[in-house]
Ligand binder design. Structure first.
Ligand code: SAM
Ligand code: SF4
Length: 375
């Protein structure tokens, strides 16, 4: 049976640009909210034509900071999605939110709009780290926002960034344990990465700060897995942890290689038709995207048919991020020789039916993926 479709909606604006962030996020003094609502609705209608009659399983408002979007815009988009698609009864509707009091004040509006899951960017629980990460909130404010989210939304999650400069295993364990007292069913735990074209890239290049070395990062990763498993929220993906059943269905759709539509500036999409997969991407610049939608009804910049090899490579890379075992029929080209070698290296275990990456294998995911693609 065809898997339900996922819908990603990108809101590209933020109050300030965080020094580590390379997401398509922009600071603007004024946003014409009515024009943005109209444009997002128009692009949704345009894209929906390519997935007519499909069931929609999830919506994800990402960013940028979609909690800065007027709740009425979220409501209008959710209502429109229900017009364009057959909607799954238990559709998951997630909103990414920054945990400031300004945004928390709008949570009721988002709940009324139909949002049933929020993901809050808490990032750290100590003030020094929050300042280093350039965040606008303090820890108390963030935890208040988490508690409020817990009261208003049926499901919530929050993000933390670890492997920060000078962070010891003991300090991180304590911070994570304290975070766990606020967690419910889901936590996203990312190791700090230095992305190109960010303020951190320049500062790190200048030697302003150092990051944990490979061995220290691996140690931090392993302790994270142990603590999360002990707390009943094991990793289901490299950086995502959940109580069984509380996984993000929307993100799982990406990792399982299902189809999704992406609207708003810089959004990606994947659509399958007649045994071929099409990759879409919209214009990244908010202004160019908006004028394009106003002119032609969409901001699509890339509409690329993937070759079977490209599609296979992409699906494998995404699939191996998930921690559950992979049926061997999903990787028919993976040779016994490659599997035996990787098993010998401690990166995976396999039998006649399934392949499963070990914790060691997850630490070198790119290496394992490359070896499996070689066949
Ligand atoms: C689009 S952002 C979240 C949305 C929201 N604007 C916020 O900041 O709370 C998604 C998440 O990716 C993580 N992230 C972004 N850049 C990162 C980096 N360079 N290293 C580690 N994690 C990063 C952060 O935890 C962030 O919350
Ligand atoms: S981390 Fe979030 S708030 Fe900060 S710039 Fe990126 S998207 Fe915006």
């Amino acid at each position: 049976m065809e898997k339900p479709l996922a819908l990603y909606i990108h809101w590209p604006f933020c109050k300030a640009k965080c020094p580590y962030c390379d997401f398509n996020s922009h600071v603007r003094e004024r946003v014409d909210e009515a024009a943005w609502q109209q444009a997002l609705l128009a692009e949704l209608a345009y894209m929906a034509e390519f997935a007519r009659g499909r069931e929609l399983g999830s919506i994800f408002f990402g960013g940028g900071t979609p909690s800065l979007m007027p709740p009425e815009t979220a409501a209008a988009l959710i209502d429109a999605a229900a017009q364009h698609f057959a909607v799954a009864r238990d559709m998951e509707i997630t909103l990414e939110a920054n945990p400031t009091s300004v945004e928390a004040a709008r949570f009721d509006g988002f709940r009324e709009a139909g949002v049933n899951r929020v993901s809050l960017g808490v990032q750290a629980l100590d003030q020094e780290s929050l300042t280093f990460l350039g965040r606008k909130h303090n820890a108390a404010e963030a935890l208040d926002a988490v508690e409020l989210a817990a009261r208003i939304f049926p499901r919530y999650s929050f993000d933390l960034i670890y492997a920060r400069p000078g962070q010891s295993t003991e300090a991180w364990s304590k911070e994570l344990q304290s975070a766990l007292t606020y967690a419910d069913g889901h936590l996203s735990l990312y190791q700090l990465t230095i992305e190109e074209n960010t303020a951190f890239h320049t500062a790190y290049g200048r030697g302003d700060f150092a990051l944990p070395d490979e061995q220290k990062s691996a140690e931090l990763y392993i302790v994270t897995q142990e603590l999360m498993e002990a707390a009943g929220l094991p990793a289901y993906e490299v950086s995502n942890h959940a109580r069984p059943g509380q996984e993000s269905r929307h993100n799982i759709a990406y990792w399982r290689g299902h189809d999704y539509i992406g609207i708003g500036p810089g959004a990606h999409g994947r659509l399958s038709a007649e045994r071929q997969r099409v990759a879409t991407q919209t214009l990244k610049s908010p202004e160019r995207w908006l004028s394009s939608v106003q002119e032609k009804g969409h901001g699509i910049e890339v509409w690329q048919k993937l070759t079977p090899e490209e599609s296979r490579e992409e699906k494998l890379m995404m699939r191996l991020r998930l921690t559950d075992s992979v049926p061997r029929r999903e990787l028919p080209w993976a040779s016994d020789a490659a599997l035996t070698r990787l098993q010998g290296e401690g990166a995976l275990r396999y039998d006649a039916e399934t392949i499963r990456l070990t914790l060691q294998g997850r630490l070198v995911l790119n290496y394992v993926t490359a070896r499996l693609l070689e066949g």
